[in-house]
Design a protein around this ligand. Structure first.
Ligand code: HEC
Ligand code: HEC
Ligand code: HEC
Ligand code: HEC
Length: 129
């Protein structure tokens, strides 16, 4: 009897650890991207449901181009690679530029079919009061 209980407790703990591990790998459900234009509240979890991780996350490949994310790969903040000193082409050398390209680019491409994807400045940036 006792051993059964201990068993299910151990299983419950292991399950909890796995779930916590998955939560860390998935990153935060919402991310506040700070900007002088007004912060952007990014619903990471909602985007993860619709898209593949590799549509936003990648690593640097041997030819200098990006390699889309595959499970097990390391995910880092965009600023680690997209900054003024990383030797990126000038169109990709800041977080602002790559976020606009990635985020706004996708929203623009699908705006006709899904008007819920914001393309106007203050559809993403929320003005400070
Ligand atoms: C629509 C784009 C998009 C998709 C899809 C997406 N992410 Fe993200 N993710 C982001 C952005 C933007 C950040 C914040 C990066 C920053 O602060 O520089 C982020 C941050 C993270 C972080 C935290 C990184 C850090 O060091 O702070 C993890 C972990 C992560 N994502 C994992 C995932 C996984 C796993 C998936 C797929 C299940 C996924 N993401 C899908 C855009 C996306
Ligand atoms: C480990 C380094 C690294 C990180 C971290 C990284 N990138 Fe990149 N990214 C690259 C490289 C390398 C390229 C290719 C540059 C080239 O073509 O000269 C690239 C290209 C791009 C491009 C242009 C190509 C395209 O697909 O349109 C965009 C947009 C982009 N990254 C967005 C992001 C975003 C958004 C993040 C954070 C969620 C991010 N990157 C994080 C290395 C990185
Ligand atoms: C590959 C396509 C794609 C990319 C990349 C993408 N989005 Fe979206 N986004 C969507 C779609 C589709 C919707 C509409 C969701 C719906 O139907 O409710 C959306 C909705 C939104 C919304 C409004 C609804 C909400 O979820 O709060 C915001 C804000 C937003 N995206 C911000 C961002 C930001 C910031 C990034 C980049 C870090 C980004 N998106 C990257 C496809 C994309
Ligand atoms: C799809 C969402 C989206 C749209 C639409 C958008 N932005 Fe952004 N913008 C972002 C994100 C995400 C960042 C990056 C914040 C960070 O550095 O973490 C950003 C960064 C910026 C920055 C640099 C940070 C700062 O000082 O504010 C400026 C300036 C800016 N945007 C202006 C604009 C203007 C002007 C427009 C309209 C023409 C616009 N944005 C439309 C998402 C968006």
């Amino acid at each position: 009897m006792v051993s059964k209980r201990v068993c299910s407790l151990v299983i419950a703990i292991l399950f909890g650890l796995v779930m916590a591990g998955l939560a860390v790998a998935a990153g935060p459900p919402t991310i506040t991207l700070k900007a002088k234009m007004g912060n952007v509240t990014f619903n990471h979890a909602a985007h993860q449901k619709r898209l593949k991780c590799g549509q936003c996350h990648h690593r640097k490949g041997p030819n200098g181009k990006q390699v889309p994310y595959k499970p097990g790969q390391k995910i880092e903040k965009c600023s680690v690679c997209h900054n003024a000193n990383s030797g990126m082409p000038s169109s990709l050398n800041s977080v602002k530029k790559v976020m606009h390209k990635n985020c706004r680019g996708c929203h623009k491409s699908m705006h006709k079919t899904n008007p819920k994807a914001p393309t106007r400045c203050f559809g993403c940036h929320v003005r400070k009061k």
